[in-house]
Design a protein around this ligand. Structure first.
Ligand SMILES: [Zn+2]
Length: 470
């Protein structure tokens, strides 16, 4: 079965002021406190383009390998909705800032059709929740925030790939320092279609969160497949995503672009984008996640996937680079991917929010490298370390978690366990290989997890062998 998925992603840019006026962009404490005649659409008010927002959007175009337009030209997209005070949204239509770009996700280059700049409408607040609200209020603090719209070609072939594209794009935005996931918003419209329907396009609007995007696509594809199987017909439409029920629902049958009656915005003169501007911005581009991953893999012979995963989060990569100045990069990369990131993901926080100290991470890694602690102990430490900072070295001393290296001590503990668990020994001798794990578990308990299971296995096997061949 074949799928076609395309994304239209809106990311608000981290500027100080809005796109066409000098209102503060973020950080409002009360509704409708960061507004002015321009972003409220009062007659006679004139928009003035925020150059910083244009530079930010151009940087994104460069990072996504786009062809860049020679001018920034804005249009009015007309529609009536309470969150849009002017009854039109200033956006870019015929000529976007960037086109024909791409974004690399694992081995695939996903084609990007266009990148353009537009203003955000205000926000509707449904008092008491969307379904139960008897009134809705409008907050125009958001009205006029700079949004970058990134549109991919419908070349994505799975829900997980759609999720990865959004994740990688977010990573690039953060590397460029034009976006902050805690302050700005990122929403995706996903269009997906299946071969069985002749690729009739259904669009799901306004999904936030990587996981939600994947879930919405999985749900929608299944819905379309089931409908076709039952002999139903898929109609071209726009659907919403209910993140509580985890299902999509009909919003409206699809309007066409012509319905918006685009006209050029005569209040905004086309802004020339010179070659010099582009070159200056290009020089300012930081090392991006893809380049970083390639560098890690090449320079330190780190596993490619480990490198990509570490490089994807700017803050993780920064920590990684500090650590590998002092300790084995390969060990660090492996541990970062399999342990540190696993634990961070469980907290559902970012590394930035966790207050992890470089010296503490370094301590854990040296304890692992010197074989002072087992993997199990390292797990325990890092799981606690994300809750609050402490010195891992002190922690293992206080709790007696240094690895049991004394072979006599280990042998004695194994002998004890063998003696105490004769049933498991019998099963083992009867050919049940697995019952040795039970005995290993008992010894691990006695050592508080400070022994290596593989080592214990050898010792226990020898003990059983010796006892039964005498
Ligand atoms: Zn304003």
């Amino acid at each position: 079965m074949s799928l076609k998925i395309g994304l239209e992603i809106h990311a608000s840019l981290l500027t100080k002021t809005k796109l066409f006026c000098s209102c503060q962009a973020y950080g409002a404490k009360e509704p409708n406190t960061q507004t002015c005649p321009v972003c409220l659409g009062h007659p006679g008010s004139k928009p003035v383009l925020n150059k910083k927002a244009l530079d930010y959007a151009l940087k994104l175009c460069l990072a996504l390998h786009c062809e860049i337009s020679q001018e920034a030209i804005f249009s009015r997209k007309s529609y009536f909705y309470p969150d849009l005070a002017k009854n039109y949204q200033i956006t870019q239509y015929e000529i976007p800032l960037g086109k024909n770009g791409n974004i690399q996700v694992s081995k695939n280059k996903i084609k990007i059709r266009r990148v353009h700049l537009e203003e955000d409408p205000g926000a509707l607040v449904h008092v008491g929740g969307k379904s139960k609200a008897s009134i809705s209020l409008v907050d125009y603090n958001r009205s006029g925030l700079p949004l970058c719209e990134i549109v991919t070609e419908p070349v994505i072939t799975s829900a997980s790939e759609a999720r990865e594209v959004v994740k990688q794009l977010t990573s690039i935005l953060e590397y460029l320092e034009i976006f902050d996931i805690k302050i700005c918003e990122l929403k995706a419209d996903v269009n997906c279609s299946i071969e069985q329907s002749g690729y009739t396009r259904v669009e799901i609007k306004n999904i936030t969160g990587f996981k939600e995007i994947e879930q919405a696509v999985i749900y929608e594809i299944k819905r379309q497949e089931n409908l076709v199987k039952k002999g139903g017909r898929i109609i071209q439409e726009t659907r919403g995503w209910d993140s509580e029920k985890k299902e999509t629902y009909t919003l409206r049958t699809k309007e066409t672009e012509e319905d918006y009656g685009y006209i050029t915005d005569t209040d905004l003169v086309p802004q020339e984008i010179t070659k010099e501007t582009i070159e200056t911005l290009r020089r300012e581009l930081p090392e991006l996640p893809q380049q970083k991953a390639e560098k890690y893999a090449k320079k330190y012979s780190i596993d490619k996937i480990d490198a990509e995963i570490i490089a994807q989060d700017k803050h993780v990569a920064e920590l990684f680079e500090k650590i590998i100045k002092k300790i084995d990069p390969k060990l660090t990369a492996k541990w970062f991917r399999h342990e540190l990131l696993r634990v961070i993901n469980l907290t559902e926080k970012t590394i930035h929010e966790l207050n992890l100290k470089e010296e503490h991470i370094l301590e854990i890694l040296s304890l692992i490298k010197e074989e002072t602690i087992t993997e199990k102990t390292a797990k325990e430490i890092v799981e606690n370390l994300v809750k609050k900072p402490f010195s891992p070295k002190q922690y293992i001393k206080e709790k007696g978690l240094e690895m049991k290296k004394n072979i006599y001590e280990l042998e004695n503990l194994c002998k004890e366990a063998v003696k105490e668990n004769q049933n498991a020994v019998k099963d083992y001798l009867a050919g049940e290989e697995k019952s040795i794990n039970f005995i290993i578990g008992k010894v691990m308990g006695k050592t508080k997890g400070t022994a290596k299971p593989q080592e214990l296995k050898e010792i226990i096997k020898n003990i059983i062998h010796d006892e039964n061949t005498q």
